[in-house]
Design a protein around this ligand. Structure first.
Ligand code: DGT
Ligand code: CA
Ligand code: CA
Length: 600
């Protein structure tokens, strides 16, 4: 199982009425079981199966949704599910299967028989199983993309029961849905962009190739990739681009630009310009759009014209070969891509007040990492050696606490054992100090998941929310503030709980959390995992303004995860953070002083 998947599992809240500990491997909600049954019913209906069978699944789904207690708990307590209305032995068996495995063979079989994306058509308002069946049987439409193509071509209105108005409604809904789902995490986008860039350069020794757009600005999610290049042989470079092995479809291919769709579903735009325009093209395609518009206006005020070909005074090009030239010709220093959002960076640049943004090289260590003792994949020694190789002064080991049983969280005795192990390894290591820490669960009432005596022996205590995401804003905020008030609390991990493209942040009064952290003297994390990037850029800025230090942490679950810190640093830079705003840029002695000062 990949790491993002595992952490998604880890963070499913427990079913109502159960305690989080030892409830099995995966928390399965009644709603999950009901949804599985509804999907089976939908697929059976699309297939044209017996209506009684379809109705049996729908009735069972309704029964389960309406239950006061969790079916997972009922099964754990050996209650007889066939006593429930509309649940016979067969369905009871399937509920058991879903609770045990997260899915059931009947659903998997149906998904196998029908086009895998067919059921997604049901998400379009006005399309029930009967109409989806018609679309599939009569036009072989099996996905939202195919539905959009058919609707645009006016094919839907020709099917009996659909008219031009229904067709338009469907098209609007499909387009809204497609644009919503079509973003990618920066981790995925960055990996694709790197391999693409390397590939393009390998075929053309004299080409300059640079990823631009939201990726270069290190935005947390990316819509499409934009690559800017210059080459003595543009046609050959564009040909190589469309010939890339991972290309699923060539969307356009001209003399200076081309667009392709990669198999992963991400679009890549390549723009090839003369070397004399490379800087201005890079500036233009890096964006953001709002930044570009403000820059162009500034140029106009000085009787200059700025576009992707250069900065012009009448017909004369005054800059364009490098980005720095363009900024200089407009009377300002180079603005880092991460700042280019028209959030005051142009004014700051003109006034000579740009922040000196933190860099990856400024980090002296990491304050959030796991080992095999909980759900990590590397041993304590492997993690420490990897940290040492990076030239760091310290690495805090912060495995999960006991409540997170699915992640094999540590109890007091296990923490004691790890503390002894860390003391031994610190005897051997040179240059690197392993700090004793824990990622302790913050309970719903704001208490911490391990006894004070256990926490007190550690160098730092990282508090984290892994359950109870749906508390009201007031309760969630109070919970966090209370946890911060614990005498051993050091650092709040992934403060908003968001999982990018998966789960919204929980409802919390972040300005209050920041103000409280300042008062309490504790710290906030910027978690660098590309599916979290939490704090977000704007809350980083709020923390800076509120006088709270941010720790940019990897949350590494294996030694290769330290590489993710570059995404965290990108987010920190988007939030205008400087070296002095980041806790783990401090040397060991200063860090120890700061950590000790959080103890009450
Ligand atoms: P994304 O792809 O949604 O994550 O965001 P971007 O920023 O990469 O946007 P994209 O791919 O549509 O365009 C790349 C850059 O091209 C964008 O950041 C700025 C520039 N650009 C695109 N459209 C316009 C425009 O209408 N006006 C100006 N001034 N610049 C534009
Ligand atoms: Ca883009
Ligand atoms: Ca684009």
């Amino acid at each position: 199982m990949s790491l993002p998947e595992l952490s998604t599992l880890l963070e499913l809240p427990p079913p109502p009425g159960s305690t989080a500990s030892g409830a099995g491997d995966v928390f399965v909600h009644n709603a999950d079981v009901a949804k599985t049954f509804q999907e089976i019913a939908d697929l059976l209906e699309i297939k044209g199966e017996n209506t009684f069978r379809v109705r049996a699944y729908r009735n069972a789904a309704r029964t389960i949704e309406g239950l006061a207690s969790s079916v997972q708990t009922m099964i754990a307590e050996h209650q007889d599910l066939t006593e429930l209305p509309c649940i016979g032995a067969d369905l009871a068996g399937k509920i058991g299967e879903i609770v045990a495995t997260g899915t059931c063979a009947t659903r998997e079989q149906l998904r196998h028989e029908l086009p895998p994306a067919l059921a997604t058509l049901l998400s379009i308002p006005g399309l029930g199983p009967k109409r989806v069946k018609l679309l599939y049987q009569q036009r072989n439409i099996g996905s939202l993309e195919q539905l959009a193509v058919a609707a645009r071509a006016g094919e839907i209105r020709t099917i009996r029961g659909f008219g031009p108005r229904a067709e338009q409604r469907i098209l609007d809904a499909v387009e809204a849905q497609l644009s919503k789902s079509a973003r990618f995490r920066i981790g995925t986008a960055s990996e694709l962009a790197q391999s693409f860039t390397r590939y393009l350069k390998a075929g053309d020794a004299h080409a300059e190739v640079e990823p631009a757009g939201s990726l270069r600005r290190m935005q947390d999610t990316i819509g499409d990739l934009d690559i800017v290049a210059s080459s003595p042989r543009p046609a050959a470079l564009l040909q190589r681009f469309v010939d890339f092995d991972g290309v699923a479809e060539v969307l356009s291919h001209g003399p200076t630009r081309a667009s392709v769709l990669l198999r992963q579903g991400i679009q890549v735009d390549l723009r090839v310009v003369p070397a004399s325009s490379f800087g201005s093209a890079l500036q233009y395609f890096t964006g953001s759009k709002a930044h570009n518009i403000a820059m162009r206006r500034l140029a106009q005020e000085r009787d200059l014209k700025l576009n992707e070909y250069g900065l012009f005074s009448a017909a004369r090009r005054v800059a364009g070969e490098t980005e720095a030239d363009v900024f200089a010709a407009l009377g300002m220093p180079y603005i880092a891509p991460e700042l280019r959002e028209n959030r005051g960076e142009i004014e700051a640049a003109l006034a000579g007040q740009l922040p000196q943004l933190v860099t990856l090289a400024d980090l002296r260590g990491d304050l959030h990492a796991h080992t095999k003792a909980s759900d990590g994949k590397s041993s304590l020694r492997e993690m420490a050696l990897a940290a040492q190789r990076r030239g760091w002064s310290y690495l805090a080991i912060t495995d999960h606490s006991r409540q997170l049983s699915i992640a094999h969280g540590l109890d007091s005795e296990a923490v004691d054992r790890q503390v002894a192990q860390i003391e031994r390894i610190n005897q051997e290591l040179h240059g690197l100090t392993v700090l004793k820490g824990i990622e302790v669960d913050i309970n719903e009432d704001g208490s911490l998941d391990l006894p004070d005596a256990c926490l007190r022996q550690l160098d730092l205590v990282v508090g984290a929310v892994h359950s109870g995401f749906n508390l009201s804003r007031d309760r969630q905020t109070t919970r966090i503030l209370r946890a911060m008030d614990h005498p051993c609390f050091t650092l709040l991990a992934h403060p908003s709980g968001r999982l990018l493209l998966e789960r919204e942040p929980f409802d919390i009064d972040m300005p209050r959390v920041i103000a409280h952290a300042r008062q309490r003297g504790c710290f906030l994390e910027l978690n660098a995992q590309p599916h979290r990037l939490d704090l977000s850029d704007s809350y980083c800025l709020a923390a800076k303004k509120g006088g709270v230090l941010v720790s940019v942490n990897s949350d590494a679950h294996s030694r290769v995860d330290f590489d993710d810190l570059r995404f965290g640093i990108g987010q920190a830079r988007r939030g205008w953070l400087e070296k002095s705003d980041v806790l783990n840029t401090r040397g060991l002695d200063e860090l120890r002083t700061l950590l000790a000062a959080t103890r009450l």
